[in-house]
Design a protein around this ligand. Structure first.
Ligand code: C5P
Length: 238
């Protein structure tokens, strides 16, 4: 497999074509951004920590029957993934109120929901990823009705798997965002699952182990990412 030109440069990852038209290389950079790119920093080791964290989570999900784009780790900062036709919507599940829903609906952060909520957002940086509903997805043909059903089913399944696993490590999975894409007629989990795209709190103290440490200037961002990984049994080489 030969790495070729960059085909997409995101806020924290760069995606490269390869000599195999079915495969991409995903490079995790040390860049951190928040508030739709307004706040930026380079955090030492972030790319490596996220690459190993994501690889482990994707493999756990695969073992539980969730098909993903992840193929294998290539290096400290790179993973090989299947090329997907990305669906332009983000799937968010919340188990506890925090962040966007707290601001949008005026509900205090920390309220444990009686059951998880599901939200769709449009993947569009220029618009600030607005919240959308199934009627929008249907009318604007961002996904078929059958795909919408599958997106929700798979995201709830991921929540069940990860919430239970994180709980065994004394961690509460507060919320998270997933993206999916089409691959030979199947919906595969794409993008990443890292502490950049979820909220994870200590189950007892509610201390934050996720990107809110960066967003809210709480400090020691990568130290907490590594501490969460260690609790979950995810090995990140020195
Ligand atoms: O900001 P909000 O509370 O709506 O985000 C919900 C969850 O989805 C958080 O864990 C956040 O990190 C994640 N998210 C993301 N990328 C986005 C929007 C939200 O990873 N574009």
């Amino acid at each position: 497999m030969i790495k070729q030109a960059a085909v997409y440069t995101g806020k924290a990852k760069t995606v490269y074509a390869t000599d195999d038209p079915e495969l991409f290389v995903m490079e995790y950079r040390d860049d951190a951004t928040a508030f739709n790119g307004v706040k930026k920093a380079a955090l030492d080791r972030k790319g490596k920590v996220n690459n190993y964290f994501n690889a482990h989570v994707m493999q756990v999900l695969e073992h539980q029957g969730i098909k993903t784009h992840f193929v294998k780790l290539l290096s400290d900062n790179e993973s090989l993934v299947k090329k997907l036709d990305m669906i332009k919507v983000e799937c968010v599940i919340r188990n506890v109120v925090a962040g966007g829903i707290s601001k949008r609906l005026g509900i205090e952060e920390g309220m444990v929901l009686p059951e998880p909520t599901f939200e769709f957002f449009l993947k569009d940086d220029a618009l600030g990823d607005p919240i959308i509903n199934e009627s929008h997805i249907h009318v604007f043909k961002w996904a078929t009705d059958a795909e919408v059903t599958e997106l929700k089913r798979k995201t709830f399944l991921v929540n069940d798997i990860l919430k239970a696993w994180f709980a065994t490590a004394g961690l509460t999975l507060v919320d998270f965002k997933l993206e999916f894409g089409r691959h030979h007629g199947e919906l595969l989990l794409g993008d990443e699952f890292t502490l950049d795209g979820c909220r994870v709190w200590d189950a007892v103290t509610q201390e934050k182990f996720d990107k809110d440490r960066f967003r809210r200037d709480l400090g020691n961002v990568i130290e907490f990412y590594e501490a969460a990984a260690k609790r979950l049994g995810i090995n990140i080489p020195e």
